[in-house]
Design a protein around this ligand. Structure first.
Ligand code: NAD
Ligand SMILES: O=C(O)C(=O)C[C@@H](O)[C@H](O)[C@H](O)COP(=O)(O)O
Ligand code: ZN
Length: 363
């Protein structure tokens, strides 16, 4: 395998995250997890024309006896649906996939979540290899085994925990990623600093220019440190019984925004950026953090060109209704990841709805 970094994720089903340029051309490495002779390469309409032939060619060079079908989703969050999931399942049926078949998810988080969910469900679970192509997918969605599709009622409401067999993050493909999507990925990178690593937030803040200019060393450092944080957390708490919920910082607000905009407004990373600012403001209102810390977090996000305010036209009461279907909510009420300042977060139950509404109204 070409020079790369490797991060191991331990637990009941251990796997490795490989990070570096050129990994998608390494057919031997990509084919190693393929136990049988069938693979379904799932991608989307932006990524497939750029990278699917190369991946398929690399896999076939290593495994000439394999049958590799390709299934392409329309690009974008609006395709992460039960209907898209059904189409992926139909592609597995057309392949005649047996239990030793493997799904390869080549794309951003939308492809990774949907393809992973199809792999989790086909014959009650077959292997999935994540080939993340967006920054967001490299630093977050390809790791940890959360798979899902959205419903009109809420984000990721139908899904399963299904860890990948391996993750190959080929950093060379980031050169074709649109700027807006690069910034969205940086929102989830900044999240690790906000919840767990004040030094990392400083490091990122000092390299905003280099990261936005896609300098290799800066990107490689940000990806590896993000994956190390995510790997450590999901290894300790794979099913989100505790600590893993911290990775949801900003997501109660963010998911409500995405749902209210019918998955056609802010993208996930942008919605999480706004959500982190709102969660920080809520934390300050409830006495957990200071307004000065919330101001600082907002300023860092702004430095990366991310949105930090609620988009116009959204009804606070409708957003609150969406939050009641957040996966952290309980029969007793809302639970939020609140913030104790840079690098420190915790899950808090019984957050009063009127405080959430006040933050949404900018009061
Ligand atoms: N499972 C998890 O733990 C987890 C974590 C974070 C986010 N997510 C989910 O991930 C999704 C967001 O992921 P995303 O930001 O990657 O969105 P995405 O998958 O929609 O990708 C963003 C856009 O970039 C394009 N793209 C991706 N890679 C490219 C490349 N190399 N070159 C050119 N274009 C490229 C895609 O086609 C798409 O248009 C959301 O559905 C979110 O809920 C899941
Ligand atoms: O891996 C996790 O755990 C996360 O919460 C990571 C989030 O960035 C991600 O958006 C995740 O899909 C949200 O999960 P959900 O359980 O709130 O749907
Ligand atoms: Zn997220």
């Amino acid at each position: 395998m070409s020079a790369h970094q490797r991060i191991d994720v331990g637990g009941a089903a251990p796997y490795a995250i490989h990070i570096g340029p050129g990994l998608l051309a390494d057919g031997e490495a990509l084919a190693a997890p393929l136990r049988g002779r069938q693979a379904l390469l799932v991608s989307d309409s932006h990524v497939a024309p750029l990278h699917a032939d190369a991946v398929r060619g690399a896999l076939l060079a290593a495994r000439p006896d394999a049958r590799i079908d390709t299934f392409v989703l329309p690009a974008g969050e609006a395709a992460k649906t039960l209907a898209g999931f059904g189409d992926a399942i139909a592609a597995l049926a057309a392949l005649g996939a047996t239990r030793d078949a493997c799904v390869y998810a080549l794309g951003g988080g939308v492809v990774g979540d949907l393809a992973g969910f199809a792999a989790a469900c086909w014959m009650r679970g077959i292997d999935c290899v994540q080939l993340p192509t967006s920054l967001l997918a490299m630093v977050d969605s390809s790791v940890g085994g959360k798979t899902a599709v959205d419903l009109p009622q809420g984000k990721n409401l139908v899904g399963a925990f299904h860890p990948p067999r391996a993750v190959f993050a080929d950093t060379a493909v980031l050169h074709s990623l649109p700027d807006r999507e690069l910034r969205a990925g940086l929102a989830e990178v900044l999240k690790y600093g906000a919840i767990a690593d004040a030094g990392f937030l400083d490091w990122l803040s000092g390299r905003a220019g280099a990261l936005l200019e896609r300098e290799d060393a800066a990107l490689a450092g940000a990806i590896a440190r993000s994956c190390a944080h995510k790997a450590a957390i999901v290894e300790r708490d794979p099913f989100e019984h505790g600590e893993r919920a911290l990775l949801n910082f900003g997501h109660t607000f963010g998911h409500a925004i995405e749902t209210a905009q019918a998955y056609d407004g802010l993208n996930h990373g942008e919605a999480v950026a706004v959500g982190m600012v709102l969660a920080a403001r809520l934390s300050a209102r409830l006495g957990h953090a200071s307004e000065a810390d919330a101001d600082r977090l907002q300023a860092v996000l702004e430095r990366f060109g991310l949105p930090v305010a609620l988009p116009g036209g959204l009804d606070p009461d409708a957003l609150l209704a969406h939050m009641r279907l957040d996966k952290k909510a309980q029969a007793s009420g809302l639970r939020f990841v609140l913030w104790d300042g840079i690098g420190r977060a915790r899950v808090v139950a019984g957050v009063p709805a009127d405080a959430v509404l006040a933050v949404l109204r900018g009061a």
